[in-house]
Design a protein around this ligand. Sequence first.
Ligand SMILES: [Zn+2]
Length: 326
Amino acid sequence: MKDGRDTASVGVDLGGTNIRAAVFDDGMGILSRSEKPTRAQEDADAVIQRVAACVREALERTSVAAEEVAGVGVGAAGLTDWRTGVVVLASNLGWKNVPLKERLEQELDGLRVEVDKDTNAAALAEARLGAGREFRHFLYVTAGTGIGGGLILDGTLYRGATGGAGDIGHVVVDPDGPPCGCGDHGCVEVFSSGAGMVDRAREILTGGGAEAASSAMTAEGLTTETMFEAAKEGDAVAAQVVETAGRALGLALADYVNINNPEAIVLGGGVIRAGRAYTDPVERELRRRALPALGEIVKLVPPGLGDDVGVAGAALLLAEKDGGSV
Ligand SMILES: [Zn+2]
């Protein structure tokens, strides 16, 4: 847009399993894509080189000239200091204090790079392009293997002091509950995430109680998909685990509602696709536990964007960092 020319931007979704890149035009339309496996078990440098290769490949698939590229935004799966572009802690990647921005700028010959937590990028995409467009105050929550979130306050992405704001997954809902990967006990993630639900079901199935004997599920090879199937077919253990999962998340969300008085909670992620067996108890508990005046007005809505939420949000980081809107 500088000197009347169109500007393209690149968004990268850096997850524990896959690296996805997409080139966007200045209207946020997708011009091209590229995807590679992360192979996080290799060292950080190898992963960063693959991110760079993914960006170059996506750009080569367009007719965009190098000088028309505004930069590369990266949403990384972990706690990230957006000011320095250092990934502070990412358990899915096995990273600690990796200077992603600096290293990627070297790999891409000085092309501008901005880095943030993936859920912050996703919240930004929902705010500008998705379900959040009609709200000025909302919490974006994604419930998949883990649970993460991003916070939009007064129309702006709010990151907190060090970039961790919105991390609803580690709100404690049962102080005596099972241990969490973060070192605490009874975080909402150990009950309500996909991995957490599988762990809770395994505990019951291997506990030898009457419920375990009545269940058609087996602890070995159990997945969230098989558990949701079993819950639909009336399996008591599966139904109990899914109900508890929904209630635990609803409780955490009620706390959030009481503190921040949002208009909406945008609730997405793989687990949500399982349907109302999960989302009904979320909503019930949220309404029951939040202060009535705050709980009555809050809307629980699905995301407006699909699988491209990560790459779109990452690309939007560039304009957001400049203080602009899109
Ligand atoms: Zn935790």
